[in-house]
Design a protein around this ligand. Structure first.
Ligand code: BGC
Length: 799
């Protein structure tokens, strides 16, 4: 007995010792905030200063002495960027850093499918985990204010509600893998030109109702662990250290507990960086880096200068401890998180995700009936007029693809989102694969017939004659650069022929074709949807319009496939029967586009922005407020958002209200939320579960939706709120709910959309509160912002 007691005592003593030996900051059974307190108490001033600024292009140090590993960030947002050298932008030349390129975020937004945003985040998180990245620099949710903005393709469109619904699951999916999202660029970074010098002047209402909601949703609903300050200024202060944006709105009002990271080189001042909410400084291009100081990173604004300020008593430890506390929180959420899922790179499941998102995001914009051409060889007469798409590869003999964008890699270029994709299926290759599949199928039938009986040879040659042929003409030359950021494009774009020669080749081939597919648009080269600059014009570049007009003269059966993250003027639209918006859609681009063009996939994407006919239909341009006015010293350009709340369809509606009636010429080419399908839908009469609601209640609108066509497909039902009797100026309607519903032919489903007081509210700039005014409202139901088919009146009761 005595012996047993002794053993027990010894055991207890040993366990007690062990418990004592595990410091609180390493004890996973302890609450995170307690661990942070403990870690903070153990850190020296040097260690604290070290964790709040970079040590290389994309990493910042942990605390080695205490066992906190380095923190690795990487772009974002469409895949995991290949590694660059420690101190330079040059590629590190790794052989294990190619990735799956997911579709650009405009395409994700065009799916109107939050489940796909979750899948996107999860898949990206798994790729990031494999590559040991702790923070992905994305997603971007700056609102599309002008279609000239070079970075719109990285964002989620013009509407705060759509962007909010899509960003939340992306963030949650990514972070479920233990990888932080760094939502960017906070805030008002709505154009690229002069991005370091633009001082945005915007009303409080537009700021809170249009430009901030997606960031707020990412923080409050998505629980984002990091946010990136934008380059530009607001109220004369850079957004990377902006008192109102960071201290007041983000941290105080929204309760953000994560880390504010500067955009690369976006920090400009130690005092402001210390006091105005920046937590982690990256990318500062100090003299040290260019002049070869031993450790350039010591010259960062939040490095030696800050330390010196503390030592001299100019700064207290309060701000520093607050920053470090946030960094430690990020460490516990990422680098110190022991139980992480497994990461993997370029897996089949990631390619499947990329393909699915691309297929659901492609938008069919136009698909009109056009007579089938008489094929000289087969002698087929013009048939009944039928929509040009989908292309029936069993009946279409000669397909001509025209345009550089059919053979140009789009995963490279565009700035920091450029990737080293393990593979990228080009549109021409995707279409060729489809046709080859058809030819093999016919060949198989042929050998089958051969085997059965030799006198069936005639049938066999007949089948052979049915094999579709594919031809290609370059049409135009855009950007022939062969490599970008150290990534070499697979196919040579070298071309010596003149514009005239290229057009006449395309025309000659088009004469013989049953259908012509033109791949045009933008291409992520400078000024063509690319970081750092905006587009110089709303027109299609590289004489594409001339090529299209020339082809139309000899063959009207033209499908125009637009590759871009923005709209563009389409002056020939009336003459072109079919138009498809195919974005920058990553690794599986060609496969996704071919599957939609040939009808294997029924398109269901909807535009996340208004596609203007011309720039004067867009508020930022109609009010002459883009790009702004330079101050006398030419250091700062003031850009006043004079259109206020009226961005995108809100501006179109306002113009409509003012003129009383739509004028044909003031219609956008395609409204926000617009997109067709190969089937047809009927959205029936909407009903509500109540006609009055209190401030605590919600109201549910139910809408029957029927697939009235012959194919399975998906329709996105959109609910816009109209405030009938507001005391302040409000947009005529605002998107507040939507649902994408998949329907078999003939199937009807009841779609229910629920909204509450928040959907009726505006930001009251007098009280700085969101306010819903009692009174009459309408829920407008439609298949786009331009096609409202049902309206339900209801009232919010006084409270
Ligand atoms: C871009 C950011 C990017 C960073 C790092 C900056 O120029 O604006 O979006 O994350 O570079 O590459």
């Amino acid at each position: 007995m005595k012996k047993l007691t002794m053993t027990l005592l010894t055991l207890l003593a040993t366990n007690g010792l062990q418990a004592q030996q595990t410091p609180v900051y390493l004890d996973e059974t302890k609450p995170m905030e307690q661990r942070i307190d403990d870690a903070l108490g153990r850190m020296t001033l040097d260690e604290k200063i070290a964790v709040i600024h970079a040590q290389s292009k994309f990493s910042s140090p942990g605390v080695k002495r205490l066992g906190f590993p380095d923190l690795w960030t990487d772009d974002g947002p469409h895949g995991v960027r290949p590694d660059v050298l420690w101190d330079e932008w040059v590629q590190a030349g790794q052989t294990n850093d190619s990735c799956v390129a997911f579709p650009a975020l405009t395409c994700l937004a065009a799916t109107w499918n939050p489940d796909l945003a979750r899948l996107y985040g999860e898949s990206l998180g798994e790729e990031a985990l494999y590559r040991n990245k702790n923070v992905m620099l994305g997603p971007g949710v700056n609102i599309l204010r002008t279609p000239l903005n070079g970075r719109n393709f990285e964002y989620m469109g013009e509407d705060p509600w759509l962007a909010s619904r899509m960003v939340v699951p992306y963030v949650q999916g990514l972070q479920s893998k233990g990888v932080a999202a760094c939502v960017k660029h906070y805030a008002l970074n709505n154009d690229e030109e002069y991005r370091h010098q633009v001082n945005v002047i915007v009303s409080d209402r537009a700021l809170h109702e249009i430009y901030l909601p997606a960031f707020k949703a990412a923080v409050q609903e998505g629980g984002a662990w990091a946010i990136m300050g934008a380059y530009n200024l607001y109220k004369n202060q850079h957004n990377c250290h902006n008192d109102i944006m960071l201290n007041k709105i983000l941290k105080q009002d929204w309760g953000f507990d994560g880390v504010v990271i500067s955009d690369w080189g976006g920090c400009h001042d130690t005092d402001e960086a210390v006091k105005n909410g920046l937590d982690l400084e990256f990318g500062t291009w100090t003299d040290g880096l260019t002049m070869g100081k031993t450790n350039a990173y010591d010259s960062y604004y939040l490095a030696d200068a800050y330390k010196q300020g503390i030592k001299e008593g100019r700064y207290s430890m309060k701000e520093l401890d607050e920053k470090v506390r946030r960094l430690l929180r990020l460490f516990y959420r990422t680098t110190m998180k022991r139980e992480k899922p497994v990461g993997f790179l370029c897996s089949e499941s990631h390619y499947e995700a990329a393909l699915k998102i691309a297929q659901e995001g492609i938008v069919l914009l136009k698909n009109e009936a056009v007579k089938e051409r008489r094929s000289q060889e087969s002698g087929v007469r013009s048939r009944e007029a039928a929509p040009l798409l989908p292309i029936d590869v069993t009946k279409t003999k000669r397909i001509l693809v025209v345009g550089e964008n059919a053979i140009k890699m789009m995963t490279v270029g565009g700035g920091s989102s450029s990737l080293k994709a393990q593979h990228e299926i080009l549109p021409l290759d995707g279409i060729r694969a489809r046709l080859n599949a058809q030819t093999s199928m016919l060949n198989a039938q042929c050998s089958n017939l051969n085997a059965q009986c030799s006198n069936l040879n005639a049938q066999c040659s007949n089948l052979n004659a049915q094999s579709p042929t594919l031809d290609y003409a370059r049409g135009y030359v855009g950007d022939t650069v062969q490599s970008y950021n150290g990534v070499t494009v697979g196919r040579s774009l070298y071309e010596t022929r003149s514009k005239e020669e290229l057009i006449s080749e395309a025309v000659a081939k088009a004469k013989e074709a049953d259908v012509v597919i033109f791949f045009g648009g933008l291409n992520k080269s400078d000024h063509q949807d690319c970081e750092g600059h905006d587009r110089l014009s709303y027109d299609l570049p590289y004489a594409q319009n001339e090529v299209i007009e020339a082809i139309l003269k000899v063959n009207p059966r033209l499908v125009y496939v637009n590759i871009s993250g923005n709209g563009a003027a389409l002056p020939w639209l009336d003459k072109v029967p079919a138009v498809v918006q195919a974005w920058f859609i990553g690794s599986e681009a060609g496969e996704a586009i071919a599957s939609v063009l040939t009808g294997e996939v029924n398109p269901s994407g909807k535009l996340p922005f208004t596609w203007y006919a011309s720039l004067d239909q867009c508020g930022a341009h109609a009010t002459g407020s883009y790009p702004g006015t330079w101050r006398a010293d030419h250091q700062i350009i003031d850009e006043e958002y004079k259109e206020g709340l009226f961005v995108g369809y809100r501006w179109i509606d306002k113009r409509k209200e003012e003129s009383g009636k739509w004028k044909e010429e003031s219609l956008p080419l395609f409204p926000f939320g617009y997109g067709l399908s190969y089937t047809t839908f009927k959205i029936g009469k909407a009903t509500t579960d109540k006609s009055t609601m209190t401030a605590d209640e919600a109201i549910t609108v139910t809408i029957p939706v029927t697939n009235t066509g012959l194919r399975a497909g998906a329709e996105t039902v959109q609910l816009y709120v109209h405030d009938v009797e507001a005391s302040v100026e409000r947009p005529y309607k605002e998107l507040k709910a939507f649902s994408k519903v998949f329907l078999q032919p003939g199937e009807t489903r009841q779609v229910s959309l629920t909204i509450d007081k928040r959907a009726l509210s505006f930001y009251d700039d007098q009280t700085a509160q969101w306010t819903a005014e009692p009174g009459r409202f309408e829920a407008l139901i439609g298949s786009s912002s331009g096609q409202i088919v049902s309206r339900c009146a209801f009232s919010l009761l006084p409270f």
